[in-house]
Design a protein around this ligand. Structure first.
Ligand SMILES: NC(=O)c1ccc[n+]([C@@H]2O[C@H](COP(=O)([O-])OP(=O)(O)OC[C@H]3O[C@@H](n4cnc5c(N)ncnc54)[C@H](O)[C@@H]3O)[C@@H](O)[C@H]2O)c1
Length: 324
């Protein structure tokens, strides 16, 4: 059995691949090493994966249908974990086109390749961003997702619609995972916790939107990976649905204000942040909070890492990796 993971040089794809390799699975990793953030970090993650004979890394772009088709017909994956995407909300404000090839064309190509390869299951990472304007908290899988606040969120929402239709038309078992702000070692430099740690250590100003009152349901990477593996193993449940399509939130279920998060990081670094207050950004959600009842009931997923512990682990990695 082989598993294709797209975006495996990325933060979550890397951790997912590492976990599956460790449990003896044959993983084929795809990534185009996009330059959205420092590619040295992607190279370092990839190098670690390539140390295992269970990993085959292929530098390839999912927007190129022919090359993806060849890879699928060569490796005949039974499971596909699709994580390659143009992530991030803010940069898209000035450049909405940046999402088209990876998130729209790429998603359609992956779906079509899963159909042609007759894959047993597709797991796809969507985002809490699809809940958009919804003010009902916590966010449940039953809530509407038709009012995304950013182009990124709009692409994820349309990815979910494409996935549902493929599942309906071709009976492909598909599980959509709505991830809530993931953080931890090997994390993305454009994300809040990474940026706050780096800025505090380097005595740089932190731009704080909306007086730091925005709330996020920060989820430690190990807990996210646990949720991904558990939902993969729940595929028989997905197969029994009509169409065989399932959606899970994966979060910590414990939102925190950004200003309080900064305080935890300051404590861990024993250093004060320099804050600059800014008006809120209109692509941003005021709050995210996952209702994890569904995944807990169907897969026994329970997030275990407190924010304080997760930040301690992240800071330790950060200092080692950057030799601070
Ligand atoms: N990190 C989070 O908090 C979070 C939250 C919600 C959803 N997600 C989703 O989870 C997935 C992984 O996110 P991440 O944080 O690891 O991001 P990431 O940017 O670290 O990883 C994505 C990887 O996909 C690759 N990629 C992008 N376009 C590609 C293309 N056309 N062809 C091949 N590879 C391509 C990139 O080079 C990158 O290595 C994404 O789909 C993201 O939208 C992440």
């Amino acid at each position: 059995m082989s598993i294709i993971i797209t975006g495996s040089a990325g933060f979550i794809g890397f951790h997912t691949a590492k976990r599956l390799i460790k449990s003896g699975e044959q993983v084929i990793g795809l990534d185009n090493f996009s330059n959205y953030y420092d590619t040295a970090l992607k190279e370092a993650r990839w190098k670690m994966l390539e140390e295992s004979s269970n990993f085959t890394g292929i530098r390839s772009d999912i927007s190129n249908l022919n090359s993806i088709k060849d890879i699928f017909s060569k490796y005949k994956p039974s499971i596909v974990i699709h994580m390659a995407a143009q992530a991030g909300v803010r940069k898209g404000y000035k450049n909405p086109q940046m999402y088209t090839s990876s998130n729209l064309v790429g998603m359609l190509n992956i779906l079509d390749c899963c159909r042609a390869a007759n894959a047993d299951q597709l797991i796809f990472t969507s985002s809490s961003a699809v809940y958009g304007i919804s003010e009902k908290l916590p966010f449940s899988e039953k809530d509407g997702t038709s009012m995304p606040l950013s182009i990124y969120a709009a692409t994820k929402q349309s990815n979910e619609a494409m996935a549902y239709s493929f599942s309906n038309l071709y009976s492909i078992p598909i599980t959509t995972l709505r991830l809530f702000t993931v953080y931890g070692p090997w994390g993305r430099p454009d994300m809040a916790i990474y940026n706050f740690i780096s800025s505090i250590l380097n005595e740089k100003e932190i731009l704080l939107y909306d007086e730091g009152k925005m709330k996020r349901d920060f989820t430690f990477i190990d807990d996210t990976i646990e949720g991904i593996i558990k939902s993969m193993n729940a595929n028989t449940q997905t197969q029994s649905l009509s169409p065989p399509y399932n959606v899970f939130n994966i979060g910590a279920g414990r939102p925190i204000r950004i200003i309080d998060l900064i305080e935890i990081i300051e404590k861990e670094l024993n250093k004060k942040a320099k804050l600059k207050f800014e008006k809120s950004h209109f692509g941003e959600m005021k709050s995210t909070w996952s209702d994890i009842t569904k995944i807990r009931n169907q897969t026994s997923y329970i997030p275990k890492t407190s924010l304080e512990d997760g930040i301690k682990i992240f800071v330790k990695w950060f200092k080692e990796y950057y030799q601070v």
